[in-house]
Write a protein that binds this ligand. Structure first.
Ligand SMILES: Cc1cc2nc3c(=O)[nH]c(=O)nc-3n(C[C@H](O)[C@H](O)[C@H](O)COP(=O)(O)OP(=O)(O)OC[C@H]3O[C@@H](n4cnc5c(N)ncnc54)[C@H](O)[C@@H]3O)c2cc1C
Length: 564
């Protein structure tokens, strides 16, 4: 197959981003506020929105709070890409259709999006000897996962966790008023982690000689991608196969004005630069609950509005109840089965009106109710693909879309919308792309919820086993009885093992307590070992002592005592 290199047009993403240097000086620990997020738009705005000179240049710069130019009807305009952890200018450009189609393939494979799914796919393809390029509008790799999702939120959670621990410790508590620390300052550590992650992952791309193309991708046909390059140029790239790994973004209903300084979603919240006493979190899914922990840890009063009957209803009831109990203890006011009617915004507060007639006044609102796949900027119509109403793509067992040479993985295909799974989906899809038929699609994923304390589970819960009339039994271990938990001061928590009372096969494991997301993997390994999935493993195997893993032995013995 003839290949044409286009290196002169390829932008290598730098290993370090000097643009970032003025945000956080990690040597002196001083925190410098991120600059106002300036967004450049190359688009077809309405007459009232741009000046004549801007029109001539076809470019207009706006600031975040200039709401006049925030609303576009043109579906071909790229969505806002927030980079709260750096001052990178993101070019949003209008897709320009070009009719010329080349049949010479520049690349064996093109990966659209440099998040976990895209990275894993690119590495697998490159390692198989094929020529691959990754396209992403961010100058830095890592995707939303590294810049606005998993990594900053987990680093933020750890900072808050440390604040809580320090506050409780009379030696470390030096009279700092934590209520007076704005969220974006608590993010100092997160910025450092993001920067390190970007550097590490950039090296992976370099080592595997993967071309990084900095721009927005959209399809021209099933073998040609158009890229609006970040340097203002455009190019068409031909490919034999492509994988769409464009991820997702927070769903923003028209009901709310997200340009208002008191209205946030999970991307924008990382820019919150003022102190609040109270905050409303609308949506009590994983992100809503994780932020409820973060805000209560910082001493905010939280109103958590849940549209469901109970928190995280797919969890084991006992774990969901434990979370609700602890949230209430820490000052979270949970309102279940509520729905928004409207939101009023003022300079100094917001008022949320619920359909039940309730009114809640607060300093700010974090909207965390749903996410949309980033497919709207891809010009899918050009290849005959359509996304569902949530912007997600349908794929088969091989992560192949309805177009045979176009694959998709990660958040853009919906379930389970986790970085953990996105890596595996991307790698698996790429395996199929390079002809490895032995690849296994992702089917079983543990739940990992980084509330304070953490929640993690795998397999079935008690409600499911009861409904299926499975003869199961429960073994429990409370952290407060474990030597290790007492030593490290993590006394609150429980590990629950659900097992078949006749075969002793482990059917589900549920853990609530700090380190739950690590602890679960011991049980997961046993559950998934062929021929070795039995509760007896934990009784017959010697574990290090003292460890949190001892919880498995304690829970197994507790469960076996119930079997008669
Ligand atoms: C607050 C929060 C906390 C989270 N916590 C966790 C957690 O603890 N554990 C966990 O496993 N998951 C967590 N997640 C979910 C996780 O971040 C996502 O599942 C993961 O990022 C999905 O990876 P991805 O590769 O599909 O896409 P993304 O990480 O979303 O990356 C997609 C990339 O595609 C690029 N892109 C978009 N459109 C185009 C285009 N037209 N052309 C070129 N590039 C494009 C984007 O710029 C982006 O860089 C969290 C998410 C959020 C929001």
């Amino acid at each position: 197959m003839p290949k044409k290199r286009i290196n002169d047009k390829v932008t290598q993403i730098p290993a370090t981003n000097n643009d970032n240097e003025n945000i956080c000086d990690s040597n002196t620990q001083s925190i410098i506020e991120p600059q106002e997020n300036i967004i450049e738009i190359l688009a077809q705005p309405t007459k009232t929105e741009i000046s004549d000179s801007d029109k001539k240049a076809n470019t207009v710069s706006i600031s975040e709070d200039d709401d006049k130019v925030k609303h576009f009807d043109d579906a071909s305009v790229h969505f806002d890409l927030i980079s709260p952890l750096d001052n990178t200018r993101i070019n949003l450009k209008r897709y320009k259709r070009q009719d010329a189609v080349s049949h010479t393939y520049d690349y064996d494979a093109i990966v659209i999006g440099a998040g976990p799914a895209g990275e894993a796919a690119a590495m697998k393809i490159a390692k198989s000897g094929q020529k691959v390029a990754v396209i992403d509008p961010r100058k830095q790799v890592g995707g939303n996962c590294t810049h606005v999702g998993t990594i900053p939120s987990k680093a933020l959670r750890q900072s808050v966790f440390n604040i809580i621990s320090n506050r409780r410790d009379p030696i470390l508590n030096q009279g700092i008023d934590y209520h007076q620390i704005p969220l974006n300052k608590v993010l100092t550590k997160a910025r450092e982690v993001v920067r390190n992650q970007v550097e590490t992952h950039t090296r992976f791309y370099e080592r595997n000689q993967i071309d990084l193309i900095n721009g927005w991708a959209s399809f021209k046909d099933t073998h040609t991608i158009h890229v609006d390059m970040s340097d203002g140029t455009e190019q068409d790239i031909t490919f034999e196969q492509a994988i769409i790994t464009v991820g997702s973004r927070p769903y923003r209903p028209d009901l709310l004005d997200f340009s208002h300084p008191r209205v946030f979603d999970s991307d924008k919240i990382l820019q919150m630069d003022y102190v609040v006493q109270r905050i409303i979190i609308y949506g009590a899914g994983v992100i809503g609950c994780e932020y409820a922990s973060i805000f209560t840890g910082l001493g905010y009063k939280v109103d958590l509005i849940n549209t469901q009957e109970q928190l995280l209803s797919y969890l084991d009831d006992e774990i969901s109840d434990a979370l609700s109990h602890d949230f209430r203890q820490f000052g979270v006011l949970i309102r279940n089965k509520e729905e928004i009617e409207r939101l009023e915004t003022y300079d100094d507060c917001v008022i949320l009106y619920l359909k039940s007639g309730k009114r809640i006044k607060s300093d700010a609102i974090l909207w965390s109710n749903g996410r949309s796949g980033n497919t709207d900027s891809l010009n899918l119509a050009a290849i005959g693909l359509t996304a569902n109403s949530r912007g997600q793509l349908k794929v088969n067992e091989h992560y192949q879309t309805d177009i045979p040479n176009i694959y998709a993985a990660g958040d853009v295909i919906g379930w389970p919308s986790l970085a953990s799974a996105a890596y595996d989906q991307g790698r698996c899809a790429a395996a199929y792309m390079v002809g490895d038929e032995n690849a296994q699609p992702v089917r079983s994923v543990p739940t990992g919820i980084y509330t304070i304390p953490e929640i993690s589970s795998i397999g079935k819960n008690e409600q499911e086993l009861t409904a299926e009339k499975v003869p199961y039994e429960v073994g429990q271990a409370f952290f407060k009885h474990l030597a290790r938990a007492q030593i490290i001061g993590e006394r609150s928590g429980v590990l629950k093992i659900l097992f078949h009372r006749e075969t002793l096969e482990i059917l589900g494991i549920h853990c609530y307590g700090n380190h739950a997301s690590e602890i679960i993997h011991i049980g997961q390994a046993v559950m998934e070992s062929k021929g070795g999935n039995t509760l007896e493993y934990f009784v017959n195997t010697t574990f290090n002592y003292p460890t949190m893993a001892e919880a498995y032995r304690v829970a197994a013995l507790n469960g076996l005592n119930r079997v008669f």
